[in-house]
Design a protein around this ligand. Structure first.
Ligand code: BTN
Length: 245
């Protein structure tokens, strides 16, 4: 990963650029990175605030020989890689909130967006976008993001090297991607759960279809969240916003 790097001063979104490159045949491991994004995008079509020169805004092209249902597992593999890179860079252990948020003291420091290009029953490429708030000061976040977000600089009190963060994320991603391919999802699931905040906690899951209150029991071997509702019924949550109580 990262042997083919497309680096930009300013771009609409590294995610969009990676989609364009993947569509045109870019190889697995291709990395798109930018100092600034003018149309950074988050999950569920939200805007992702991407201040110039402060964060790590990157997208990777991954081409596993797997069916599309496996795509969500890659968000969790990536979350483990990012959590470990943050630990290496700062000595702080972040928490993972299912499926894709990395938090420090309850505030968001990084988010992951996994998107899919599929042909019939096969992944043709996964575009994995990673946003990390690295060297932001509180004033670099607009309202209302400021109340919910933090950066490694704010938490550590020292600037972090963004180049080193990128390298470390790629190193861990390669490691866990290869463990996943050779041993399956279980070792990743165990690591992921060791960073997870939601498991065992009371949560509210908001989906397009409504809300469910209950306790997060774990994740399945597919990376799907298991929620036991207040009536004791078990739900499998594929996509939702999670709040803690
Ligand atoms: C989320 O938490 O909603 C996911 C945020 C993903 C943001 C990253 S920044 C690099 C890449 N390019 C984008 O436009 N989005 C992702």
């Amino acid at each position: 990963f990262g042997r083919s790097i497309h680096s930009f001063e300013t771009i609409d979104s590294t995610q969009k650029e990676a989609h364009r490159l993947a569509y045109n045949g870019a190889v697995e491991g291709t990395l798109v990175i930018a100092e600034e994004q003018t149309e950074g995008k988050g999950r569920l079509d939200r805007e992702w605030h991407s201040a110039s020169g402060k964060g790590v805004w990157m997208s990777m092209i991954v081409r596993p020989d797997l069916p599309p249902q496996k795509a969500p597992q890659f968000t969790l593999i990536t979350a483990v890689a990012v959590a470990m890179a943050i630990e290496d860079a700062t000595g702080i252990t972040p928490e993972i909130k299912w499926p894709n948020d990395l938090l420090i003291k309850g505030k968001k420091v990084s988010g992951i967006l996994t998107e899919l290009q599929a042909e019939a029953d096969k992944i043709s490429s996964l575009i994995i976008g990673i946003g990390m708030n690295a060297n932001h000061e509180p004033d670099d976040f607009p309202d209302p993001v400021r109340q919910l977000a933090t950066s490694l600089y704010i938490e550590k009190g020292e600037e972090v090297s963004r180049a080193l963060l990128v390298q470390t994320v790629l190193k861990y991603f390669e490691k866990y991607y290869s463990i996943y391919i050779s041993e399956g999802f279980d070792p990743i699931r165990m690591l992921w759960e060791s960073f997870a905040v939601s498991i065992g906690k009371r949560i509210k899951a908001t989906m397009i279809t409504g809300e469910i209150y209950g306790k997060a029991a774990g994740i399945t071997s597919e990376g799907v969240l298991i929620l036991k509702d207040d009536q004791g019924k078990t739900h499998h949550i594929y996509s939702a916003d999670i709040e803690h109580f």
